[in-house]
Design a protein around this ligand. Structure first.
Ligand SMILES: Cc1cc2nc3c(=O)[nH]c(=O)nc-3n(C[C@H](O)[C@H](O)[C@H](O)COP(=O)(O)OP(=O)(O)OC[C@H]3O[C@@H](n4cnc5c(N)ncnc54)[C@H](O)[C@@H]3O)c2cc1C
Length: 507
């Protein structure tokens, strides 16, 4: 490897040419590694994910970091750590392996590895990513998006090393005042500044509190990054051109799949849940169970919030939204409003694909998470699939929007917790509810009425206990999803044929 000591070598033209070739090879190696990883994941997901391999995967999902609360995108499990640090190790190895004591080789290598990672990262972040066709059963904010976050962080680390090494070089060779003012270096500095803003705004703390800041910065700044890197160094160009192409395709598709229409909104007087009915006069509406991004131009030109289609048909879709913050609070004051609606996203609007070959399904929902599970419950019932549906809500009023759908569920009234139980994330709007809403407020009785939290461990045990292939789907608060995951895990480790699908309404 011949790393130390690192020297500022004075190379002749042919040596520079050799270094250039070696640096280009790093870029190709990054691309080749990405392609190999994608093919492997595809083969794994479709052919290898069974038996002992599947048990090993469940073992690797064991959480080692981050306390009780799962944080999406954080490297918290053994498996995530293995994947994250193996990839980081591979990138560092590619950067250092041919350094031969050449300081500038090492410096440029980190920049090259980062530049070559950009196209894949854009591909992973695209709303209409072709990768979502390869992995259709991933949830909206699922693994594809998580890998996008990991790769973004690693690119930033590579760029940070690249920038620091260059600054040291400029300092040591007294070029701080000259090189930093030249266009190519200025472009690099600006690109690094942009990456800093993107990574900072993507941090869970910022994303959670200032989602629209994160969202808008991502949309605007991600477009500036490729041109800046294009003008920074010529050898990054082969990676920037496809990146720009993908960004353009994604934006064009997003515009094409955006429908401008009208929403009719009503607020249930007994709950803080909005009923949103949207007409699709000219295009087929997105299917039930898929997700859409909703923009209300009269309230905000840019902001788009995701919601789930509960019912779809006859040129209409229906959604329900818990009143929480900015947009939903403003919507309570409106009855009819022009909107832009984009989607549907998420590989599963209800369809056979996810439940093909499955003998039994257990659906578990917390609060407004019923917006995702109810369409599934209806679909499974209509198709004669053996399904059980547990639905925990703080109060009876939270079920009213479901109408006759309640008859499919075993309902649990948890009594209204303020720490995010019984709904997806915070349940801020609960003060609008009457904690003692009578159960006869429901026009149709549920299959079962319980109080307190459902015993998800027992429910999973009962459904997995019998022979056959089982699918467990959960959409609820993070801790509920974590409980379900742990319950499923313990059975998967004993060799039971059980698959888990977690749908998150979080961040
Ligand atoms: C795939 C998905 C489907 C969802 N379906 C439903 C549903 O059917 N019913 C329902 O009540 N809630 C649903 N949610 C949650 C819903 O998007 C937020 O509760 C809602 O946007 C909050 O809007 P607000 O006006 O109350 O607050 P805002 O101030 O507008 O946003 C507050 C929070 O909403 C979340 N949020 C906003 N935009 C996005 C986005 N583009 N992607 C991810 N999170 C975002 C962020 O966490 C943000 O902190 C879903 C979320 C996701 C990710």
């Amino acid at each position: 490897m011949m790393l130390r000591p690192l020297l500022y070598k004075d190379l002749n033209e042919s040596q520079k040419e050799l270094r250039r070739k070696s640096l280009d090879f790093i870029g190709y190696s990054v691309l080749f590694s990405q392609l190999t990883a994608l093919v492997y994941v595809c083969i794994y997901a479709n052919f290898l994910r069974r038996g002992a391999v599947r048990r090993l995967e469940w073992r690797l999902r064991h959480r080692i970091l981050g306390g009780k609360t799962p944080i999406r995108g954080k490297v918290q499990s053994v498996g995530a750590a293995v994947v994250y640090w193996s990839w980081a190790g591979l990138m560092v190895w590619l950067c250092v392996k041919d350094v031969d004591h050449d300081y500038l080789h090492l410096t440029k290598a980190f920049g090259m590895a980062a530049a070559a990672s950009l196209p894949l990262n854009v591909l992973l972040g695209m709303k209409y990513s072709p990768l979502k066709l390869v992995f259709p059963n991933c949830s909206y904010e699922g693994p594809v998006n998580v890998v996008h976050q990991w790769l973004g962080n690693q690119m930033y680390l590579l760029l940070t090393v690249h920038a620091c090494l260059y600054l040291k070089f400029f300092w040591d060779t007294s070029r701080m005042k000259t090189r930093l003012l030249e266009t190519d270096v200025l472009c690099g500095v600006c690109a690094f500044g942009i990456m800093t803003m993107l990574v900072t705004s993507s941090h869970p703390l910022v994303r959670k509190s200032f989602y629209s800041v994160f969202y808008n910065l991502h949309i605007i700044l991600s477009v500036l990054l490729p041109p800046l890197l294009y003008f920074h160094v010529s050898h990054s160009r082969p990676y920037m051109i496809p990146t720009v192409g993908m960004l353009i395709v994604d934006r064009v598709l997003r515009v094409m799949f955006t429908v401008s229409t009208t929403a009719t909104i009503s607020l249930d007087p007994q709950s803080s849940i909005l009923d949103i009915s949207v007409s699709f006069p000219h295009k087929p509406p997105p299917s039930a169970g898929s997700h859409v991004l909703l923009n209300v131009p009269s309230l905000s030109l840019w902001t788009k919030n995701p919601f789930t289609v509960v019912e779809s048909g006859n040129g209409h879709v229906r959604m329900v939204a818990r009143v929480r913050g900015n947009l939903t609070k403003k919507l309570t004051k409106l009855t009819k409003v022009p909107i832009n609606i984009e989607g549907g996203y998420g590989g599963h609007g209800v369809s056979k694909e996810l439940v093909g070959g499955v003998d039994r399904v257990l659906l578990i929902a917390g609060g407004i998470g019923g917006a995702f599970t109810l369409p599934w419950a209806r679909y499974l019932k209509a198709n004669g699939v053996d399904a059980r549906f547990l639905w925990a809500v703080p109060k009876v009023g939270d079920l009213l929007w479901a109408g006759d759908g309640v008859a499919l569920a075993e309902v649990y009234i948890t009594g209204g917790h303020r720490n995010g139980e019984g709904g997806c994330g915070d349940e801020e709007g609960m003060e609008l509810l009457d904690a003692g809403s009578p159960r006869d407020a429901l026009s149709i009785p549920p299959l079962r009425f319980g109080s307190g939290r459902p015993d998800v461990r027992r429910a999973v045990r009962e459904v997995v206990g019998r022979e056959g292939r089982v699918l467990v789907m959960v959409c609820g608060p993070d801790l509920m999803a974590e409980d379900v995951k742990n319950a499923v895990r313990s059975h998967a480790l004993t060799g039971r044929n059980v698959t888990l699908h977690m749908e998150a309404f979080g961040h």
